[in-house]
Design a protein around this ligand. Sequence first.
Ligand code: ASP
Length: 323
Amino acid sequence: MLGSSRFFLLALALVCGGAMAQDYPSRPITLLVPFAAGGPTDTVARALAVSMGKSLNQTIVVENAVGAGGTIAPAKLKNAQPDGYTLMLAHIGMATAPALYHSLPFKPVEDFEHIGQVVDVPMTLLGKKDLPPNNLQELLAYIKANKDQMAFANAGVGAASHLCGLLFMAAIQAEITTVPYKGTAPALNDLLGGQVDLLCDQTTQTTPYITANRVKVYGTTSRTRLDTLKDVPTLAEAGLPNFEVVVWHGVYAPKGIPKPVLDKLVAALQAGIKDPPFAQRMRDLGAQVVSADKATPAGLRDHLRAEIDKWTPIIRKAGVYAE
Ligand code: ASP
């Protein structure tokens, strides 16, 4: 008797689960973003929310779950219902955080469903407008003489801006005091206000400020010059050989979402990255939308694993830890 009622409940759950997956999405979806509103990750997320929402015929609401260098949002996602109504857009920080934090409340590969990669974004090394040096070589000399009075902003340990600053300071063998923010939107505000001297940040936020001449720019972290910033040299060509950081982005869901929901999300991501307004906006901001094979669960998972393997020894060698 007990056996048959258990069987009935299981069958009911499967039928209901299947029906719910059929209806998905029947209400708005939340897309968590680990950094502050108005910043570069937020910019990608809001554009993607519109394009994926179009394809899903549902609203996607961006929620900025900020703090701890971008590790609050993934911890929150891990504990969310695995029903497809809570997702996260996160960047390269998912691959660098494991080496930077002694104890992290999530495992990037094991604890999530990976929906797919989205876009690759280069970074730019910026100075406040009235910082005297006008190019990288002048900046290096200026840092040598003034590093004790300088402040290098970032979005906390684990953020792309932190990684870029770490690599920069290792490359020039100088320590500059870092100032953490909850995202590079507030960090850029302070750079514009002259409260901090340096910031390395994605072109998805910095492009309009560079073209409007509101900051000094010392180079891009791309392998070649960007079409959108043709006059700006790469950091490698300006004198830091092999200095390359690509800030890749991925969409994640809690572990265990139903397969039909996962399939719908992958299809929406595929459609979303090809949506002309999204693709155009990313191009205008110097970013490169990924190819369709990368916007898949395996495309994100494999890249995440490879990036953890790439950055862990580099970060360990630099000897930096959050806590
Ligand atoms: N650009 C930031 C970073 O350093 C994150 C952000 O504010 O979007 O990772």
